[in-house]
Design a protein around this ligand. Sequence first.
Ligand code: GLC
Length: 495
Amino acid sequence: MKQFKLLYLASEVSPFAVAGGLADVTSALPKALKNLNQEVRLMIPKYKFINERKYVLREVIRLREIPVTVNNETAVASVKSAFLPDSKVQVYFIEVGDYFNRPGIYKDPKTNKPYPDNAIRFAFFCKAAIETLKKLSWQPDIIHCNDWQTAFVPVYLKTIYQGDPFFKGIKTIYTIHNLTTQGDFDVNIAEKIDFDKSQVKEGGLFYKDGKLNLTKAAIYFSDFITTVSETYANEILTDDEVGFGFGPILEEKEDKFEGIMNGIDYGIWSPEKDKYIPFHYSKEDLTNKEENKKALLMRLGMSYEPGVPVMGMISKLTRQKGFDLVLDIMEDLLKENLKLIIHGDGDRDLAEKFLQFASKFPDKLSVSITYDEKMAHLIEAGSDMFLMPSRYEPCGLNQIYSMRYGTIPIVSAVGGLFDSVDDIDEETGEGTGFIIEELTPKALLKAIKRALKYYKNKDKWTELQKRIMEEDFSWDISAKRYVDIYDRLINETEF
Ligand code: GLC
C-alpha cells in the first residue's frame, strides 16, 4: 500500500475533547491509518479543559507565537503536541488568542447556549492550522476535514491561499458526520470569517436557506466528500428531510461522494479488557456480564432483580434520536418487567419529562443528564439490551459497541443502524438485533416487546449474545477505503 502524508482535522478527538460520536471516530480512524503505515497527524483546538499533564502536552518551540489574521484581527497561535494514547499518532493542540480558553467545546455549560462567536472561533482554528503547516514545513498530501468546524480549510486553500506554492497540490476531503449541525450562520458573518460576501446571497456558493452555510461551502470546495455509512449517503441524496435539502448539492458532486461505514476501536471497546468496567468477560464466559449489571444498578441506586432485563440508552436526548417516541410509550414501558437507563446530554424540555418519570419510578427508570465516559462503558457492559430509535442516524456507534458487549441492539431501520444490524428471525434465530419497523410509538413498543419475549428464553438469548459478540466492525476495512480515496485524489490530474 502506498504511503501518504495526512493531516486530520477535527473539533473533537477522544479522549481529549468529547461531545459525541465524532470524537471516537477522529481518534480511531487516524490510529487505523497509522497501522496501515500512513503518516498521519492530527490538529485540534487546545480547549481550556484539556489536561496538559495527564496527556503530556509539550510545547513546540518553533510553533510559538504564530500570528493568525482573520478579517484584520490578528490573534497569536501557539501549538503544543502529544500523542494519541496508546499510539504513535501525533496530535497538535492549537491555542489561538482566547478563542478556546473556555469551559465548553461549542456551548457555554452555564447557559447551554452555543458561543455566539463559534464561526469566528473555528475560522481562527482553521487559519491557524494552515499557518502551522507552513511553520512546520510539513506539506501533507491530503487534509482530511470533519464537520463544519473544519469547513474553512478547503475554502481558504482555494481562495486566500490559492496562489501560495506551499499548498499547491494538497487535496482536501471532507467527512459529514451528521447534517443536523451544518454550521449555518447569519449572512453578515461572511466578512468576519474572510468569505467572499458576494457568494452569500441567493444562488451563492455559501448560501442556503437564508443563511451562510459552512457545510455547503465545504461540499463545494473540497476535492472529495464522504459520510459515515452507505445508507446515510443514499438517504441524504434522496430524502429531503434526512438530507435537509442537500440532495441536489451533493448530486452535483456525485462521483466525488461516498458513504463509508465507521469502524470501532476494539482496543477501547472490548469487554475482555475494557479499563472502565469492574468485571471483564468474553463470549466464552458471560457470567461476569451479570456482575456488571449488578454493579451498574448499584451505582444508580436501583435494585438488582434476577431475570429482570436492563435496557440502556446512551445518547443525546433529542428528537433526532427518537426520544419523543420513547416518551410516548413511557407509561407502557413502565408496566413491563424492565429497567430502563438513560444517559446523555440533550434538550432540556425532553430531559425534564424523563426526569419527572424517573422521580416517580426510581427503581424502573434512571435518567442522568450528562455524559460520562466511564458510565457509558458500564452501561454497555451491564445492560441486556440497548435502544436506539433514531429518526436518522448517520452511522451510530453504540449499536456496534453493544454487539461486542453481548448487549442486544433494538434499532430503527435508518442510516448506519440499518447497515449494521440484521433483524432477528424468531424461528431460525438468525439476525443480530431487533428492528423497529417504522418510526411510530406503536412499532417501537412492538420491537421492545419482541426483545423482552426473546429474553425470557435464556438459552436462545445466550446463544444470540455469543453470536453478536463475534461480529467484526473493526476499522481495517474502512480505513483501507479511505486510503483508496486518498490514492485516487493524489493521482488525479490537476485542475
Ligand atoms: C455523529 C453521528 C453518528 C456517527 C458519529 C461518528 O455523531 O450522529 O451517527 O456515528 O457522528 O461519525
